[in-house]
Design a protein around this ligand. Sequence first.
Ligand SMILES: Cc1ncc(COP(=O)(O)O)c(C=O)c1O
Length: 458
Amino acid sequence: MSGYAFSREPKTVPLVATPHRLIQTRIPVPGTRAILERLEACESRSMQGQLPLVWDRAEDFSVYDSAGNRWIDFTSTIFVANVGHSNAHVTAAMKATLDRPLYSCYAYANETRAHYLEKLVAFAGRPFEKAFLLSAGTEATEAALKLMRMHGQKSGKRRRGIVCIENNWHGRTLGAQMMSSNLAQKAWIGYQDADIHHIPFPYPWALDGRSGEDFLAEGLKQLEAAGIDLARDVCGFMLETFQGWGAVFYPDDFVQGIERLCRRHGILLAFDEMQAGFARTGRAFGFQHYGVEPDLICCGKGMGGGVPLSGVLGRAEVMDLPEVGNMSSTHSANPLVCAAGLAVIEEIESRNLIAETERKGRLLFDALRDLQSRFPGRIANLLGRGLIAAVLIHDPKTGKPDGPFTSRVAERCMQKGLLVVHTGRESIKIGPPLTISDAALLEGVAVLGEAIAEVAAE
Ligand SMILES: Cc1ncc(COP(=O)(O)O)c(C=O)c1O
């Protein structure tokens, strides 16, 4: 985190009234502080850190507070509302389940579950044959870790090595944090699993003229120097499809090189598709940009359209490794979330959201490139694909990342009726619902430009 504290003092800001935004009170709206303090009194502080905005309702690409102020949402509640907030088809599917009535049935069979899993596997396509469902993203990455190790043991690997990428992130539970490389966040564990390894991430600014494949070769040399033999010791590679904070994709040949190693040595290749899945990048799943075929994908966020739904997909041979009962959870495949998940895929298909996202992504990046040409020293990099973008903000004097300035830009956007993802570092992340209109998308980018100009002028 940048250490920047958002002001809770209602501030008089200019009136905004456009077809997509309405700011008609002081911001934060009076009363916000009282609600935040009530939460602070009874909830762990680990939930804090976001912009001081109390959500009252959210529809499609708009978020409203109780005073009727309306924001263009560039967050999708962190890439959850891919099919739009409170999507009518998803709502109707859940209402029908509640009216049946059926809230939960644990692991007992239920027809909606059968329908959803058939649809999910068909949507994911080759080589995915089976899935199992969970609730949180971190459970899905943990489950992939378990499957990779089980597969490794079955194939006689001496050790249980999983190779991950530095600075990638996979969730907040034990295994997920071991696979992530945020040292401060996993200090609580007190030790690092000796069989989880990290190789450097090929940031565009780190490549230094090298190809992705050469960069990978250097990372592999580090493993070799540490005595790790891929053929003997490694059972899995776990890749975040793009690195989250900055929407940083890998060079294709880096990922293709990993896939070749996996095939050569009987290693499973898993992608953490939490942010990248369900049409977000203009493909059904983000790994499809690299021209590779993973063995496992871990999904969550946009999969449920706003309800807690996550899952792992893979080939039957891998998915059936756990014994009966060894891989499920009380709320796995709950009928309510299966109905929602099914409606999400139907929405993606019937509204052509994959192709639409690719088209809108081109609009977004054209507009962002214009913005970059207006602030060449400030906007150091534009990263992302489809409707996931990161604007990396530097200090033009030092050329270094400028987290505090970026937080102020996020706060100014809020005062102007635009909600962006505050990452706590030098990136403004943009990930609107995929249903956003072209006009609202472009209006949002224009507001971001105004915010950068105003903060820079102060
Ligand atoms: C790439 C990635 N993996 C895993 C997770 C963990 O998902 P959850 O918060 O649902 O446990 C997240 C959440 O932000 C994520 O972005």
